[in-house]
Design a protein around this ligand. Structure first.
Ligand code: PAF
Length: 282
């Protein structure tokens, strides 16, 4: 696996690859890799001839007071996992390399970012959009693979790619889960043992709402109330939001139509976790 830290290095290798007609998939990450990331790599391998990954903890997507400083970093471990998974190139730029001076360009998609995580994390999606636009322009992959756990992020990226006519397919791959349903996330590493046990309530609550849909419930607010009640039964967790939304526009659904995304964020101790389930309404 090649290990490259500069934009010039990536561009040189990308130009070589272009001469061979190789189809390239790209998995951008912030490192602290787990099975969820490796599933994105495997999906990339199904869709392309070669997979490249990046590890970059992007400062512009963390608000002051968030966990940028303590975000788990393990570049050596990540390197081993990616190499074992068959990734052929790892791009691990420094902050100076990607942001040689503070950016003045803002990529803002207010319709998709005003609600859900955008309420509690102002500026977060602007930071995500900016860094992903940079990475896609540097790497120029045919396909980029993102996890469905960060559904709002995936919709922002998909729309940005469409709006900016970036020549890349955005692939959204299903969330990988622990045995008790907890979505795999680098932030799970923050959880103490009892918090880890409590955290499983989030997926259980969302699945409870899916069961209610199957039993005939069609009112978005009733489903939200059901999730809130289940989460409140776990004293170590505090619900930040829950919403029943249109999966594409993220608009709240008072009455369910053909598809619904149930999406929620909870605090477990000091750790903020998000999860969602997408379900057909038949
Ligand atoms: O999902 C992530 O890990 C990050 O938000 C991303 C897409 C790599 C951008 O920093």
């Amino acid at each position: 696996m090649l290990f490259i830290t500069t934009i010039a290095g990536i561009r040189a290798r990308r130009a070589e690859l272009a001469t061979t007609g190789t189809r390239l998939a790209f998995v951008p990450t912030m490192g602290a890799l787990h099975e969820g990331h490796l599933a994105l790599v495997r999906r990339g391998q199904e869709l392309a001839d070669e997979v490249w990954a990046s590890v970059f903890v992007n400062p512009t997507q963390f608000a002051p007071g968030e966990d940028f400083e303590r975000y788990p970093r393990n570049l050596e471990g990540d390197r081993v996992l990616l190499e074992q998974a068959g990734v052929t190139l790892l791009f691990a730029p420094s902050t100076k390399e990607l942001y040689p001076r503070p950016s003045t360009t803002v990529i803002d998609l207010p319709e998709l970012t005003a609600g859900l995580c955008g309420v509690q994390r102002p500026g977060h999606f602007q930071g995500v959009a900016l860094v992903v636009a940079k990475l896609l322009n540097i790497v120029e992959p045919h396909v980029a693979v993102f996890g469905a756990k960060d559904w709002q992020q995936a919709m922002v990226i998909r729309r940005m790619v469409e709006d900016l006519c970036l020549p890349v397919r955005v692939e959204v791959h299903p969330t990988q889960r622990e045995d008790d349903g907890l979505a795999r996330s680098s932030r799970n590493a923050y959880l103490a043992r009892d918090e880890r046990r409590a955290a499983s309530v989030l997926h259980r609550a969302l699945e409870g709402a899916v069961a209610a849909i199957r039993a005939g419930e069609r009112r978005g607010p009733a489903l939200e109330a059901e999730v809130a009640a289940e989460v409140s039964g776990e004293p170590m967790t505090r619900l930040q939001y829950v919403a029943a939304v249109d999966p594409d526009t993220l608009a709240p659904l008072a009455a369910l139509k053909d598809r619904v995304l149930l999406v929620a964020a909870v605090h477990v101790g000091a750790t903020r976790l998000i999860d969602n389930v997408l379900t057909e309404v038949c």
